[in-house]
Design a protein around this ligand. Structure first.
Ligand SMILES: Cc1cc2nc3c(=O)[nH]c(=O)nc-3n(C[C@H](O)[C@H](O)[C@H](O)COP(=O)(O)OP(=O)(O)OC[C@H]3O[C@@H](n4cnc5c(N)ncnc54)[C@H](O)[C@@H]3O)c2cc1C
Ligand SMILES: C[S@@+](CC[C@H](N)C(=O)[O-])C[C@H]1O[C@@H](n2cnc3c(N)ncnc32)[C@H](O)[C@@H]1O
Length: 682
């Protein structure tokens, strides 16, 4: 998806207090209030709630989040309904979002004002992302897509039960009422999904009808005589494809079977524990199998890990994935600090910039309209003031970056999952086998350890699926630690500093720093040369005049897995990787291999690994994406990013380069045009 800068809404207020968009010259809601319209038009005077009753999940899609009144009215109705669905997902697209101050301060109906405060507390930075906001312990999920509806709708992965169309008047806001948007919405609609809008414009009804909605005029309220309502009932049902349909039905728990898991997870590091929590929030139970006697005993076992976003001029997939991941990590870490008092901070991080000068950095920020709530470009003086130490370079200030104790975070995720996650320690998974509709995990003797409809391999990089089915490499990393008292006064940073290496603020009187790395190196012992290079980096990062002396080796060695494109591997496993243990799915085999989404998968088998040097952030976002895929709930990332981390991407890439090579050879084999002409003429 091409990202476009997100600019905040410019709002003025009419004399009666009704908010008006300067850009569109129209009011956000009728003068008699947003709540009355939301109740009558969108909540259908209670009829919408009747449809969510008794259901596990109900999904609403809105075009035009605006000030969030429809969302707040829906949240209020859901909270007030004793028979409400267990999970409510509200997906909304907004091109010009309000700022947090506007969300908190705009005049609202009295019933919605307290809910607006909750929304403001969670309000994300205005970046082009699909932001995930969680309410009511995860039972309500608001997915906010900042950007144009035309760009976002084709990128959403969801099956929607109700659609709220809430643009400004079509004449003032044609971009939100185009027929192609209605077709894109139809692609997401479940059979029988409802559509509602306050507009009774003929063009709107016609556009919806041609997209497959049976529409009718309904009685309006207040200033509106008529409104439009409809149901999705297309004339033909499109051929079902394998595209991204990987949801697994939850286990049916019989009497005495309450502990049966829906999902077995191999590995209880950051990936496995984050996933267990994200599945639990969607009502699924997991059983984690871990070969050690504690969680996070391998790569995830460092005492402190940093997290931050990425800024890149082209804002490509890498920058976008890591921006989304860093924002997800900030929410996860903040929540764990608040609920479980784990060691960590989301108070910011400074990334030193050694290549671009400050003017160029500012240009990049301005061109992408990146808000200071996400990142700011600071010259070395401003960065030094923030850090509390003398920095020699300009820096990117990631406002919600920070650090965390990853083992404590993994434990917090499991605690949040509660009874829906159970860990069995001291068991090493060695085999997997498809048995009927289940996956069976066995030990080294092939004895069954656990069985479930879904299996997720979170063992680092998917080794359980066979040696190197993906292009991944293992990297040794060594971090060091020094007593804070042995560093000079004025050399202790207040924020984590990253650059060539990283240094953390003092934790319990000690400063952690790192990381010296080497590839394909299995030595688990601390080494002096790495210690020395780490200390040199520390001195450079903190601007020390002399390198501190360390007379004993102190720190930790760990091993992390990375993929060849430095993005994690998250999603359903291609069927061809496991043909020996699972027959191919009994669906027609798609012929296309040029895009990952066309490649056939082993049903119920997933991988989540290769988190590289960004385990905290990639675990936070990847877990939400994968849990949504498994549960069949809306995926909190755009399709492009789902493809970017798809385990099948390497097969598609290989296929595309083989095709290109074949075409090149075919061109070479053709006789030159001149010689054809010559032979014809001769
Ligand atoms: C030196 C170093 C510094 C780092 N610094 C940072 C940092 O500052 N910020 C950051 O975000 N990331 C950092 N990382 C990266 C981060 O630690 C990793 O990306 C992350 O921990 C990987 O998590 P994981 O759950 O995929 O793997 P792991 O934590 O390795 O978890 C895999 C788990 O699976 C278990 N397992 C494996 N095979 C089996 C089996 N067959 N049966 C049962 N259990 C099995 C293992 O015992 C392990 O517990 C660093 C890594 C290193 C090494
Ligand atoms: C009437 S307001 C929505 C009111 C909102 N539903 C509420 O409950 O407060 C219309 C919204 O659509 C947004 N919008 C207009 N054109 C858009 C587009 N092409 N893509 C996404 N959002 C758009 C506007 O910025 C505005 O916030």
């Amino acid at each position: 998806m091409n990202t476009a800068p997100i600019l905040a809404a410019q709002i003025v207020f009419d004399d009666d207090g009704t908010p008006r968009s300067i850009e569109h010259g129209d009011i956000y809601h009728p003068r008699d209030g947003a709540l009355a319209q939301a109740k009558h038009v969108f909540l259908e005077d209670g009829a919408l709630a009747e449809r969510w009753r008794g259901r596990d999940r109900f999904v609403i899609l809105e075009t035009g989040f605006g000030l969030g009144n429809n969302f707040l009215a829906t949240l209020a109705a859901w909270r007030a309904d004793p028979a409400r669905c267990r999970h409510l997902h509200f997906l909304s697209i907004e091109q010009s979002p309000p700022t947090r101050t506007t969300i908190a301060g705009v005049p609202r109906d009295a019933a919605l004002a307290p809910l607006a405060e909750e929304l403001a507390l969670r309000w994300p930075p205005l970046t082009c992302n699909l932001h995930r906001l969680s309410f009511d312990g995860g039972a309500v999920e608001l997915l906010l897509a900042f950007g144009s509806a035309a760009a976002w709708l084709p990128q959403l992965i969801a099956t929607v039960d109700a659609v709220f169309l809430d643009g400004f008047a079509p004449a003032r806001n044609p971009s939100l009422w185009e027929p192609r948007l209605f077709r894109a919405i139809a692609r997401l609609a479940a059979a029988g999904a409802s559509v509602a809008t306050w507009s009774a414009a003929r063009a709107v009804r016609d556009g919806l009808a041609s997209a497959g909605f049976a529409v009718e005029r309904a009685v309006g309220a207040g200033e509106k005589r008529d409104i439009t309502r409809g149901r999705f009932s297309p004339g033909f049902v499109p051929r079902t494809t394998l595209r991204r349909a990987h949801a697994v039905a939850p286990a049916r728990h019989g009497v005495g079977d309450e502990r049966r898991a829906d999902v077995v997870i191999v590995g209880a590091g950051l990936a496995g524990c984050a996933l267990a929590d994200a599945l639990a929030a969607r009502g699924l139970r997991s059983l984690l199998l871990e070969r050690h006697t504690d969680v996070a005993a391998e790569a995830s076992g460092n005492p402190a890990a940093i997290f931050r976003g990425v800024v890149h001029r082209a804002d490509g997939r890498h920058a976008r994935f890591h921006r989304a991941a860093a924002l997800a990590a900030a929410d996860a870490v903040q929540g764990a600090i608040e609920r479980h008092a784990i060691p960590g901070s989301t108070e910011g991080l400074l990334r030193l910039e050694t290549e671009l000068d400050i003017a160029v950095m500012r240009e990049v920020v301005a061109a992408q309209a990146l808000p200071p709530e996400y990142v700011a470009a600071l010259d070395s003086e401003a960065a030094s003031r923030l850090a509390g130490v003398r920095l020699r370079f300009a820096a990117w200030h990631y406002r919600r970056g920070g650090w965390v104790d990853p083992r404590a975070l993994a434990r917090a995720w499991l605690a949040d999952a509660g009874e829906r996650a159970r860990v069995v320690f001291g068991v090493a998974a060695a085999t997997i086998l498809r048995k009927g509709a289940d996956w069976c995990v066995g030990d080294e003797h092939g004895m069954p350890i656990a069985t479930a409809a879904a299996l997720v391999v979170c063992d680092g990089a998917g080794a359980l699926l066979g040696e190197r089915v993906w292009p991944v490499r293992r990297q040794r990393g060594q971090i060091g630690v020094i007593a804070a008292a042995s560093l000079p006064r004025g050399a202790l940073p207040r924020l984590p500093i990253a650059g060539h290496g990283h240094a953390l603020p003092p934790i319990d009187g000690r400063v952690w720093f790192g990381s010296a790395t080497s590839w394909d190196d299995d030595d688990g012992d601390l080494r002096w040369p790495e210690q020395q290079s780490n200390v040199d980096r520390l001195a450079a990062l903190l601007g020390l005049d002399a390198t501190p002396r360390l007379d004993r080796l102190a720190g930790r060695v760990g091993f992390r897995w990375s993929s060849e494109d430095r993005l994690p591997i998250v999603g359903a496993v291609p069927a061809e990787f496991v043909e020996s243990v699972a027959p191919r799915p009994a669906v027609a085999r798609p012929t296309r291999r040029d895009q990952p989404r066309f490649i056939a998968r082993a049903p119920g088998l997933f991988v989540f690994g290769a988190l590289g040097s960004r385990g905290v952030a990639s675990a936070s976002l990847g877990a939400q994406m994968l849990a949504a895929t498994i549960a069949g709930s809306p995926v909190p990332a755009e399709a492009d990013l789902v493809d970017a981390v798809d385990p099948a991407r390497f097969l598609s890439r290989r296929f595309r380069s083989a095709e290109a090579e074949r075409e090149r050879r075919a061109d070479e084999d053709q006789p030159p045009v001149g010689s054809i002409a010559g032979s014809l003429g001769g």
